[in-house]
Design a protein around this ligand. Structure first.
Ligand SMILES: Cc1ncc(COP(=O)(O)O)c(C=O)c1O
Length: 530
């Protein structure tokens, strides 16, 4: 491919020393090309002069166009120049597929089931205006000023109140405010990881955490999940294997409640076992909990943090580092999250934050403080839960109606995502290219693994589209999947199952998982035949 205009799906693109393949092209007022190589997605937007360059962190991608003169600079020269310029760790950096897809999904004609976006249109503009007006009247100078690295005291007290609502008793000096939960993950990595250190996470895991682990050059070990979340017996086995090899993970990263992307929730016995294991082996667990307040059915479960430090206990937690965020219960645009950690760890996180950004935005922290002072945060969460519950039901209905019987999916009791598993002869990255041509987007499962697994799975979000859009988006995806299943049948003689499967009703006690991508299509066929 010489120029961006030459891009066709499947065309090879030179990404520095690697060759990638074009997976999607978008011709709007500008040309957007999505390229994938080694599981990494890169978006290239054609510039008006016809040349697209982009630093994707790992290398420089160049689609050269003869019309733009680059006197004295051959591609080989530039490769060498940048190769010498970048730090070695940038070789491990990778881009987040959600970020890369944003260039496309923000177009109004695209139904995006890809992002993890809450529906911020539910927040009353009038309330927004009055809170900002109040800040302007009462504290404009402070809101425009730097603040303490650990966060404004009023915000920390709001966080203490939020956590208490989930039975977690913390003091305001046990936490620091971060620029979103994402920064909390980054700071924990920055404080704990040397290159080559092991991090354990679920398989699949939050696609936005993988680039962070990679950029600190960690080795990610992913532990299988089922309907009850991470399989702790598999974890124990893995820990024993590592120990035998003289290795020990730096921390275990988990999203126990309404997992992103799997949509499942870790059962109470597994939570208890994980906390015990952390104590027994003196291992840190990073509990990432953005979604637990978005519950649409079933009983709440204690967080790992609350199991480690039950109400009345005098000790601060020793082994659970906890991170939360305002992103899903108020706004991701304000970039306010937090992290609670044992004091020695907290001190290092604070140092890491000082060098990252000095402090989180004072303006948005004032907004959070003013919002919590209204005392209405619970009502707003109720409003969101009611809306998302209906959207969750809409997506489950639509999946049952439009996906062929070969597909399976989770039944989340809360959170924002459904994880869909397709027959393993379908590659969801290729499927995405076709889906984008039909103006619908999702996150391919590979983004949730560091080792190429997940290729026949996808994450669907149901919080940021209307019920009508969800139904239409799933209908379009279902049509493409059905075509591929039929084509496979034609090529191999395998008989496609007759009708779309109706998802089973939710278990009362936990999320229902039909399957996660460990089982091969052959295994599934075998168990269906049995
Ligand atoms: C599991 C998980 N952790 C962390 C984040 C980061 O959220 P934020 O930085 O907006 O707080 C997200 C966002 O989707 C998430 O799903």
């Amino acid at each position: 491919m010489r120029t961006a205009q030459d891009a066709v799906p499947g065309a090879a693109v030179l990404c520095a020393h690697r060759v990638g393949a074009v997976v999607a092209i978008w011709q709007g007022w500008e040309l957007t090309v999505i390229v994938r190589y080694r599981g990494v997605y890169v978006t290239i937007v054609k510039e008006p002069h016809g040349v697209a360059d982009r630093h994707d962190g790992e290398s420089v991608m160049s689609i050269t166009d003869d019309k733009r003169p680059r006197p004295g600079r051959s591609a080989a020269h530039e490769l060498e120049r940048y190769g010498a310029l970048f730090a070695a760790r940038t070789g491990r950096m990778r881009s987040s597929v959600m970020r890369d897809l944003m260039a496309i999904t923000e177009r109004p004609e695209v139904i995006s089931l890809a992002g993890g976006l809450p529906d911020t249109s539910m927040f009353e503009p009038e309330l927004f205006r009055s809170l900002m007006g109040q800040i302007a009247d009462d504290s404009a100078a402070q809101a425009l000023q730097y603040g303490p690295t650990e966060g404004l005291q009023a915000v920390k007290e709001s966080i203490v109140e939020l956590m208490a609502a989930e039975d977690m008793i913390v003091a305001s000096d046990e936490l620091i405010v971060t620029s979103g939960g994402q920064q909390a993950i980054d700071l924990v990595c920055k404080a704990l990881l040397d290159p080559g250190d092991i991090v354990i996470a679920e398989a699949p895991t939050y696609p936005g955490a993988i680039p962070t682990f990679c950029s600190y050059e960690a080795k990610l070990v992913q532990i299988e999940m089922d309907a009850d979340g991470m399989q702790i017996d598999v974890l124990e086995q893995k820990l024993a294997e590592l120990e035998a090899a003289g290795r020990r993970p730096k921390f275990i990263y988990t999203i126990p409640t309404f997992h992103n992307p799997a949509g499942v929730t870790m059962s109470l016995p597994r939570r208890r076992r994980l906390v015990d294991l952390a104590r027994e082996r003196e291992l840190l667990v990073l509990e990432d909990n953005p979604y637990s307040m978005l519950r649409y059915e079933g009983e709440g479960l204690p967080t790992l943090r609350s199991l480690e430090t039950p109400r009345g206990s005098r000790d601060g937690g020793d082994f659970v580092v906890y991170t939360g965020t305002m992103s899903k219960i108020l706004s991701p645009g304000i970039r306010v999250g937090w992290v609670v950690a044992p004091r020695p760890v907290l001190a290092k996180l604070n140092l890491g934050k000082q060098s990252a950004d000095l402090c989180s935005s004072s303006l948005t922290q004032h907004f959070v403080a003013a919002y919590f002072a209204t005392g209405d945060w619970r009502e707003y969460i109720d409003v969101m839960c009611e809306c998302y519950r209906q959207r969750r039901d809409a997506i489950l209905d639509a999946l049952a109606e439009h996906l062929p019987a070969e597909a399976s999916w989770t039944h989340p009791q809360g959170g924002l995502f459904v994880w869909v598993t397709l027959p393993d002869y379908i590659d969801t990255t290729d499927l995405l290219a076709r889906a984008l041509q039909e103006n619908v987007a999702f996150v391919p499962g590979e983004a949730a693994y560091d080792d190429g697994r997940g290729h026949s799975s996808m994450r669907l979000n149901f919080s940021s589209s209307t019920e009508q859009q969800i139904r239409e988006g799933v209908r379009r995806i279902g049509k493409i999947v059905a075509d591929q299943v039929a084509l496979y049948g034609t090529l191999t003689g395998a008989r496609p199952a007759r009708a779309p499967r109706v998802a089973p009703a939710a278990e009362p006690s936990m999320a229902e998982v039909l399957s996660l991508p460990r089982r091969s299509a052959r295994d599934r066929r075998r168990s269906r035949d049995a």
